[in-house]
Ligand binder design. Structure first.
Ligand SMILES: [Zn+2]
Ligand SMILES: [Zn+2]
Length: 209
């Protein structure tokens, strides 16, 4: 018991030490104006240093990287970058008062292109990805949809088949690094997947109709 309370005191002590340090970075709350993903991540880290990790996504409502341990930077050959961030703006905490600055109230998605200082915030991950495609690779919506017959559970074969089909059917200017493909999905496979096109770009789910 003794050891535990000492550890607890240490954690408390460390948090107080962090809280005592001045902070001049991104405000430590949900923000909608443009900030570099690294600055958003640094602010989130500062918040957890001060308040701990328990329930931190909802308690802080702050932006954090969507994929831990992986930057998930989709690049294009025009030097755009896609950084995906999430913020949990749902709140059922009695001690929070958001009346002065109301939160949107859902799980929010941000697509962020640092070289352009461009970002978009949406309630749906796919919309954020599509907005970035519009930003970085306008015209992608007119690309031909990959035929369903190319899809197979064997990812390696599927990739090879997609590469071959694109080589024969894609406009020449779209056969370049970062170009996406559009594929038809089953009823539960509607998520856009980064890095899965033959060009290293997104595999985008075709609209279901
Ligand atoms: Zn850009
Ligand atoms: Zn709250």
């Amino acid at each position: 018991m003794h050891g535990e309370s000492t550890l607890f005191d240490m954690a408390e002590f460390e948090r107080e030490a962090v809280a005592a340090m001045p902070w001049e970075g991104v405000p430590l709350r949900y923000v909608t104006e443009y900030h570099h993903p690294d600055d958003l991540a640094a602010a989130f880290e500062r918040w957890t240093g001060e308040h701990g990790n328990f329930g931190c996504l909802m308690r802080s409502h702050m932006w954090h990287r969507a994929y831990f341990g992986r930057q998930d930077v989709a690049a294009s050959d025009e030097a755009h970058e896609l950084h995906m961030l999430n913020a949990d703006t749902r709140c059922d905490l009695a001690e929070h008062d958001h009346s002065a600055d109301p939160l949107p109230g859902g799980l929010m998605y941000q697509a962020n292109c640092p070289p352009c200082r461009w970002h978009v915030i949406t309630e749906h991950e796919n919309e954020a990805v599509e907005a970035w495609q519009d930003h970085a690779m306008p015209g992608w919506r007119a690309l031909p949809i990959l035929p369903t017959k190319l899809s197979t559970a064997d990812e390696k074969k599927a990739r090879a088949a997609a590469a071959k089909w694109c080589a024969e059917n894609y406009p020449a200017e779209w056969q370049r690094p970062g170009a996406p493909v559009i594929t038809r999905r089953g009823p539960y496979g509607g998520r856009h997947v980064g890095g899965r096109s033959p060009f290293g770009g997104y595999d985008l789910a075709a609209p279901n109709n």
